[in-house]
Design a protein around this ligand. Structure first.
Ligand code: 5GP
Length: 195
C-alpha cells in the first residue's frame, strides 16, 4: 500500500462502548492531517449517524458484491452485521498524504497487520470495568437492549486480543486517555525536514 516513511496509520480498537469513536473524533480535530478511514457496513444507521461520515451504509447485496470485486483490505462479521475497510478509501487518503485512523475490531487489526509495508500503530482502549461499560452502553441509548446485551457478551472475547496491540490504554477519564494518545502520536510523527 505505502512505504514505511509515508503515512502513519493508527488503529483504535476496543470493546464496543469504551469511547473509541469519541477519541477518534478528538484526534481528527487536534491533528488535522489525520483522517478516519470510513468503513462500509450493513448495520442500520443510528439516529445521529451520517452516511459517508460515520460509515457507508450499504445493503448485504452491495457488501457481497464489494467482497467479490476484492474492494476490501479486510472485512468481518460483527454482531450479525458486516464491516469492511475499503481499499479505495485508504489509498485515496495515502495519495493525499494523510495519516489514517482506523476504528476497527481485533479481526480487522490482525488482517491489516499482514500488510508489513504499513506503518501501523495499534492501540487498544479498555473501559475501566465491565460495569462501567454496561453503564456507558445503556446511557448511549442508541442501541436496543438486545444489542447492548450482545455487546456486553462479546466483551470477554474482545479483550483477550489486547496482546496483538502496541499500546493498551484504559479510558477511565477521557482527557487523560487522550493525553496518552497525544504522546504516542507526537513521538511517531517525524519532524518536517527543512532544506
Ligand atoms: P459499531 O456497530 O458499534 O459502530 O461497531 C462495531 C464494531 O465494528 C466496532 O468494534 C468497530 O471498531 C468495528 N468496525 C467498524 N468498522 C470496521 C471495519 O471496517 N472492519 C472491522 N474489522 N471492524 C470494524
Amino acid at each position: 500500500m505505502t512505504t514505511k516513511d509515508e503515512s502513519i496509520m493508527i488503529i483504535l480498537s476496543s470493546p464496543s462502548g469504551a469511547g473509541k469513536t469519541t477519541i477518534a473524533k478528538k484526534i481528527q480535530q487536534k491533528y488535522l492531517n489525520f483522517k478516519i478511514s470510513v468503513s462500509h457496513t450493513t448495520r442500520k444507521p443510528r439516529p445521529n449517524e451520517v452516511h459517508g461520515i460515520d460509515y457507508f451504509f450499504v445493503s448485504k447485496n452491495e457488501f457481497q458484491k464489494k467482497i467479490e470485486n476484492n474492494e476490501f483490505y479486510e472485512y468481518a462479521k460483527i454482531f450479525d452485521n458486516y464491516y469492511g475497510t475499503s481499499k479505495k478509501m485508504v489509498l485515496d487518503l495515502i495519495k493525499n498524504k494523510k495519516n489514517v485512523l482506523f476504528d476497527i475490531d481485533w479481526q480487522g487489526t490482525k488482517k491489516l497487520s499482514k500488510f508489513k509495508e504499513l506503518n501501523l500503530i495499534k492501540i487498544f482502549i479498555l473501559p475501566p470495568s465491565k460495569k462501567e461499560l454496561e453503564k456507558r452502553l445503556t446511557q448511549r441509548n442508541q442501541d436496543r437492549k438486545e444489542s447492548v446485551n450482545k455487546r456486553l457478551k462479546s466483551y470477554a472475547n474482545d479483550i483477550v486480543h489486547w496482546e496483538d496491540y502496541d499500546y493498551i490504554i484504559t479510558n477511565e477519564d477521557l482527557e487523560n486517555c487522550f493525553r496518552q494518545i497525544e504522546k504516542i502520536i507526537e513521538t511517531s510523527i517525524k519532524p518536517v525536514k527543512l532544506n
